[in-house]
Every structure is written in structure tokens, then in C-alpha cells.
Ligand binder design. Structure first.
Ligand code: GLN
Length: 321
């Protein structure tokens, strides 16, 4: 079962999704990080990057919003590159927690490692693993360079967001020290937490996240810059991590209704990966109760369902001019 869709069909459906979803006004900006509470709630953007590097942009696709938890994917890739898939499975794990992104309980329930690099505990451990250990400046440079390579251009630190998060991240501080208590963090906990907080505070656009997702979908080769960022063998493990826990406790519902592995962030961004086909990113600040953007979810679902490119479908899709 093979089906072909055209680029103009993708553009039409993306435009349609934008028009339909723009009218939805459910959800509320993240309120536990003061900076995010004040972002214009009507911002809305949709970007798609195809495997030949062509980009479709609709709406607010140049606005730099907080990357937040979507950055967990990028730094998981860096840790996978530096340590290999087997070692990351051993040190962090690849299981869904089924619990909220900042769960302390999830750490207490696990016997040996924090489950996955895509929840706060595992993401802080991934930051602790980034080389060279003990050197915050060089680790930060490696994290930013890695995001730059995957996204095709540099993210920009939003100082006000970084300060806002650093001043209020008491729960994450508890997570970092609990990990230390169980010997599951591999560098100074305060440094690892600061790197995590800083990477969450990077400003990014939907275009950069669509390119990021397309780099994953394209076996580690950035389709815009053509740089080979990571080995093709890492596309299945990173995509499987995204598929299993990208929407935290709502991941099953997400996969069931959307058919695309995707990662969300409380900044309002979503990044979805369709291996071999495309990367997609949508952004709108108001979130549902689990911290996932209402409009961004609706737009991705609309596009993927209407195009019929569900990764669980037996129909193989190819894209033509
Ligand atoms: N920086 C945020 C936090 O750690 C990221 C959470 C998210 O995007 N889900 O709470």
C-alpha cells in the first residue's frame, strides 16, 4: 500500500490547519514561570521542513519563544552521540514515566535510573553527562553548538526567561539533589541543573524546530545545511524516546490521536518527527493541564490526520513535487 502526496497538498492543508485552529482559544500560558505568563497568547506559527530542505512557514514563524522541554531532545542526541545508545539506556533509560514532566515520585519509583532523558530528571542527568565533565562553560558551548547544528542556526538565550526560571525552579533543584542522593547524576548537580535551566531558556523559532525534527527524520543529516550532525543509527532511538514520552502523561492519547512522535515544551512549542518524510513544528503559548500547547497540538493533528501520514499506518507515503 503506497500513497503519494504532493508538496502543494501539504501547503494547502497546513494553511487550512492554521486558519481553523487560529480561532481556538482554550488553555492558558504557563504560570509557574513568570516570563512565560506574560507572552502574547495569540502568537501562533506552523512550520514544516521536508527532506529536500524546502520549508513551509505560516504565521508567527520568526518569533523566538522559549524552547523549554523540546531542548531535552537535542541534548539527548548529544548524550547519545557522546556515549552511544546502549550506555544511555543503562544510565538514563528509555521508558515512559506516565507521570508529569517534573515528577519527584517518578524518581522514587525507579530502582536504578531516571527512566528517560525527556523528563526533567533524565534531562538534568543528560546535562550532567555532557562532556567535558566539570567544565560548565565548555559543556554549555557543546550544548549550544549541538542545537545549532541540529536546527541549522543558533538559538539565542532569553536572559529574562533564564532569570525567571532560575529564580523559581525549586522543584527542579529538589530533583537534582535527589538524583545526587541516589548516585544517578554524573557531574555537579548545581551545574547540571543550571545547564538544564539555561538550555530551556533558549529562544527558538518554529522554523528552527521544524528543521531540527527534519534532521532527525533525515537520519542525522540537516536537510538545509547538509551537515551530517549525528549517525543515522541514532534516528530510531531518539524517535522512539519522543514517541514514548513526548507528551508526558498524555503521550498515549497523543500517539493514538495524532500518529506522529512529537515533543512539547511549556513555552508553547511542539516538534514532530516523521522519519523519511518531514519535520513539523507549531507554536502557541496557551497550554492544557499537562503543559502542552492547545493550538500547537490541534494544528499538528489536523495536518497529519488530513494528509493521512500516520506512522502506524500500513500505507507507505512518498512526497512528490
Ligand atoms: N523549564 C521547564 C521546567 O523544567 C520545562 C518544562 C516543560 O517544558 N515541560 O519546568
Amino acid at each position: 500500500m503506497i500513497k503519494t502526496i504532493s508538496k502543494s497538498q501539504i501547503k494547502e492543508v497546513a494553511q487550512e490547519a492554521y486558519e481553523v485552529v487560529k480561532k481556538e482559544n482554550g488553555g492558558a500560558n504557563a504560570n509557574y514561570i513568570p516570563y512565560l505568563a506574560n507572552i502574547d497568547k495569540d502568537l501562533f506559527g506552523v512550520s514544516i521542513c521536508l527532506m529536500d530542505g524546502e520549508i513551509i512557514n505560516i504565521g508567527d514563524t520568526t518569533f523566538k519563544f522559549g524552547i523549554e522541554s523540546v531542548s531535552k531532545v537535542h541534548t539527548a542526541i548529544l548524550a547519545l552521540k557522546e556515549y552511544g545508545a546502549d550506555k544511555i539506556l543503562e544510565l538514563i533509560g528509555a521508558d515512559a514515566t506516565g507521570l508529569p514532566f517534573n515528577s519527584i515520585e517518578a524518581i522514587l519509583l525507579e530502582k536504578d535510573h531516571p527512566s528517560t532523558p525527556l523528563v526533567n530528571a533524565g534531562a538534568i542527568v543528560a546535562c550532567s553527562l555532557v562532556k567535558p565533565l566539570g567544565n560548565s562553560d565548555e559543556k554549555w558551548a557543546a550544548i549550544v553548538q549541538n542545537i545549532t547544528d541540529i536546527a541549522g542556526s543558533a538559538p539565542v538565550l532569553i536572559d529574562e526567561l533564564y532569570k525567571s526560571e532560575s529564580d523559581t525552579n525549586y522543584n527542579n533543584r529538589a530533583i537534582a539533589w535527589l538524583l545526587k542522593n541516589y548516585d544517578r547524576i554524573y557531574d555537579d548537580p548545581t551545574m547540571a541543573l543550571d545547564l538544564y535551566t539555561r538550555q530551556c531558556s533558549l529562544g527558538i523559532t518554529t522554523e528552527q524546530l521544524a528543521i531540527s525534527a527534519a534532521t532527525i527524520a533525515n537520519n542525522g543529516v540537516n536537510p538545509v545545511t547538509h551537515k551530517n550532525v549525528f549517525d543515522a543509527s541514532l534516528t530510531p532511538p531518539i524517535t522512539s524516546l519522543i514517541a514514548s514520552v513526548g507528551f508526558y502523561e498524555h503521550t498515549g492519547d497523543w500517539m493514538y490521536t495524532s500518529g506522529i512522535p512529537a515533543k512539547s515544551g511549556v513555552g508553547g512549542g511542539i516538534m514532530g518527527v516523521l522519519p523519511g518524510l518531514m519535520g513539523i513544528s507549531t507554536f502557541a503559548p496557551p497550554l492544557d493541564s499537562a503543559g502542552n500547547s492547545v493550538k500547537a497540538q490541534a494544528a499538528v493533528k489536523y495536518i497529519i490526520n488530513k494528509l493521512g501520514i500516520n506512522i502506524f499506518s500500513a500505507t507507505q507515503v512518498t512526497i512528490k513535487e
